[in-house]
Write a protein that binds this ligand. Structure first.
Ligand SMILES: [Zn+2]
Length: 317
């Protein structure tokens, strides 16, 4: 049981690294994710997000995004005994092996493109393999879920971004996009689409969560939903523990199938963690709960990493 490895679709730890607040090779008294704790949890794949903070948008967003990417690349260069960059389908064979964590570079916020499609080629060349089209605000691609007055879908530029991402072999992430944009992406992408860090709206009415029709559509694209550990996304009361995570796993498995469920903790991006899940090192306790719920070994492997790996196999070149 102890050696099932974990794929986690989202963490925001890179921000601390970029700003020199924390050395992720060492455990600090603060922070949800670092190499020591991730190894304790047997993390084999971590989507490493370059979250572009609101204060940089729109004019400094590209600069800030590139700064995060450079910080991630330096970190990977300096931590070669512990991590490696996941950039092509050949790299997938090394996931969960040799005690190294595969890092997949993700940008959270299409503002990095500064409305230029060639920026996708540039960030791809820099190693980015996944893009969250929007955060909560509107951008040139689409509207985020924070735009309550709008029902706008993908712009023409947004449609071009989808085509180009399909062509390059980049993961399209619809966490944070509004519903109109979500459906436009699902209609236009030829590749599996993911929601890297979202939960089920039927269990918790939060705009960041996905309704059952959206969950089914992601299943139809052969994508995956990474369950977010934000307490406000798990429970309307704002209080949550590991059992609430299990409830969302069960609901998504029931509505969209076991092949659609994964983890997207949002560690270091969420203000507080579920009770008993203070940081990434506690993952094995969650896996134990899945065994107690009578998920089979094969199902647990799919939830823990198999579904994310399948998507990467289908999308990466
Ligand atoms: Zn996010």
């Amino acid at each position: 049981m102890g050696n099932i490895w974990i794929a986690d679709g989202h963490c925001d730890s890179l921000g601390d690294l970029t700003d020199g607040k924390r050395d992720l090779q060492k455990s600090a008294y603060f922070g949800h994710w670092d190499i020591m704790k991730a190894k304790e949890a047997n993390i084999g794949l971590q989507f490493f997000a370059a979250y572009i903070e609101s204060e940089y948008k729109p004019f400094l967003a590209m600069q800030r995004g590139l700064q995060h990417i450079e910080a991630a690349r330096r970190f990977i260069d300096h931590s070669q005994d512990e991590v490696f960059l996941v950039s092509c389908s050949d790299d997938l064979q090394y996931l969960g092996k040799n005690g190294k964590i595969g890092l997949l570079l993700h940008v959270e916020g299409g503002e990095i493109l500064a409305e230029n499609i060639f920026m996708l080629d540039i960030i791809y060349r820099l190693g980015v393999r996944s893009l969250g089209l929007t955060w909560n605000q509107r951008n040139a691609i689409a509207d985020g879920i924070g735009e309550r007055q709008s029902s706008g879908g993908l712009s023409q530029f947004g449609l071009n971004v989808i085509s180009k991402m399909n062509e390059l072999g980049m993961i399209i992430d619809v966490s944070h996009i509004n519903k109109a944009g979500f459906w436009d992406v699902l209609h236009h992408s030829n590749s599996p689409v993911i929601a890297s860090h979202s939960c089920a709206q039927t269990l918790c009415q939060h705009p960041r969560n996905l309704d059952d029709e959206q969950l089914k559509a992601l299943a139809g694209s052969k994508g995956v939903v990474g369950i977010n550990f934000c307490k406000d996304f798990l429970c309307e009361s704002g209080e949550a523990n590991m059992d609430d995570i299990v409830k969302h796993i069960c609901h998504i498995a029931e509505v969209a199938g076991i092949d659609t469920v994964g983890f997207g903790s949002d560690f270091d991006g969420i203000p507080s963690t579920p009770d008993g899940f203070e940081n990434v090192s506690k993952y094995p306790l969650l896996i134990e709960k899945l065994y107690q719920r009578s998920f089979s070994m094969m199902e647990i492997e799919k939830i823990c990493h198999g579904n994310f790996v399948r998507v990467l196999q289908n999308v990466l070149k």
